[in-house]
Design a protein around this ligand. Structure first.
Ligand code: TLP
Length: 344
């Protein structure tokens, strides 16, 4: 049975070009700063994002964590969307390990946090209050269905933050998806953030790794934070080599994932019991609701799995399907056929 795996874009396996590059990678001890392949990847990431420096980390979770630890001290407050990954899916690591107080504000359907909500949440100087230090954004926004935050919105948050002397951290796990969807240079989307985390091991199909980008001074702090969470690694050039291929070869093709997601969404929207507005699908993530008395989202996922279509139930009535490098345009119709059979 041919499996169509729509659980995440994280399931992607390295391409032959990546495996080749990994086999040939020149390596050294990265804690000494001596891994030439890691150094090359970091320089390349900084250049692509328009920042001074970059740091290679194991995962998106570690990347977000080291950024938050670098921006905030114990008792400082960070403004986050209540649906953002760092608030929902990272075990509250910044509070557990950094004593950082989260101030969750509602994410709108389009992935933004209303500017007036941010403005109203910023603390005044009062000994009863924590100090607001940071605003965290996510682009694209995972739990908001891969929604893309626009350049105008990023700029507006940047201006607001500067007016109040706050930092901006961007969880850009899928920032290249956002840039491709908007048809803009990724630098423009990163320009208003003081730190940006992006992932190689999601839609770009590298096996492991994320990067944190920012000023030279910020990255020096982040490097210290990475070390204390056990992320100082050694001959990491083996995996950095795949990351270089990901940046060189895997960005432009993201448009295919987006087109496949759109087609999938349009097909799903016409099926009985599925609630979904295909117009909201902008990138590779399709989130929809199941409104049926005879089937739970988990039950639907189970029945689809028996027929080779994998996706995730993500709480309440919601399910998530994510297109990716291993899901071709030719897979979309058969996947929809399986949905149609299961849903009757
Ligand atoms: N997201 C994963 C799961 O954890 C939900 C996925 O399958 O989408 N930021 C964002 C916006 C993410 O979507 C993710 C991973 C992360 C950070 C964390 O990255 P990793 O998994 O590398 O720690």
């Amino acid at each position: 049975m041919h499996t169509i795996d729509l659980r995440s874009d994280t399931v992607t396996k390295p391409t032959p070009a990546m495996r080749e590059a990994m086999a040939r990678a020149e390596v050294g001890d990265d804690v000494f700063g001596e891994d030439p392949t890691v150094n090359r990847l970091e320089a390349m990431a900084a250049e692509r994002l328009g920042k001074e420096a970059a740091l290679f980390v194991t995962s998106g979770t570690m990347g977000n964590l080291v950024c938050l630890l670098s921006h905030c001290g114990r008792g400082d407050e960070m403004i986050v969307g209540d649906q953002c990954h760092t608030y929902v899916y990272e075990q509250g690591g910044s509070a557990a390990l950094g004593g950082i107080h989260p101030r969750p504000l509602p994410n709108q359907l389009d992935g933004t946090i209303a500017l007036e909500d941010i403005e109203a949440a910023i603390r005044t100087d009062n000994l009863h209050f924590p100090r607001t230090r940071l605003i965290c954004l996510e682009n694209t926004h995972n739990r908001c269905g891969g929604a893309v935050l626009t350049l105008e919105y990023m700029r507006a948050v940047g201006q607001l933050a500067r007016r109040h002397g706050l930092g901006v951290h961007l969880d850009g796990a899928r920032i290249f998806n956002a840039a491709v969807a908007l048809g803009v240079d990724v630098r423009a989307l990163a320009a208003d953030a003081d730190s940006v985390m992006f992932c190689l091991s999601k839609a770009l199909a590298a096996p492991v790794g994320s990067l944190v980008c920012g000023s030279g001074e910020f990255i020096a702090e982040a490097r210290r934070a990475r070390k204390v969470v056990g992320g100082g690694w050694r001959q990491a050039g083996i995996i950095a080599a795949a990351g270089i291929v990901a940046l060189e070869q895997m960005v432009d093709r993201l448009a295919e994932d987006h087109a496949n997601a759109k087609r999938l969404a349009e097909g799903l929207a016409s099926l009985p019991g599925i609630v979904l507005d295909p117009a909201r699908v902008q990138t590779d993530i399709v989130i929809f609701e199941l409104h049926r008395d005879d089937m739970t989202p988990e039950g639907l996922a189970e029945r689809l799995k028996e027929r080779g279509v994998l996706l995730l139930a993500i709480g309440g009535r919601r399910l998530r399907a994510v297109t990716n490098y291993h899901v071709t345009a030719e897979d979309v119709e058969p996947a929809l056929q399986v949905f149609s059979e299961v849903l009757g």
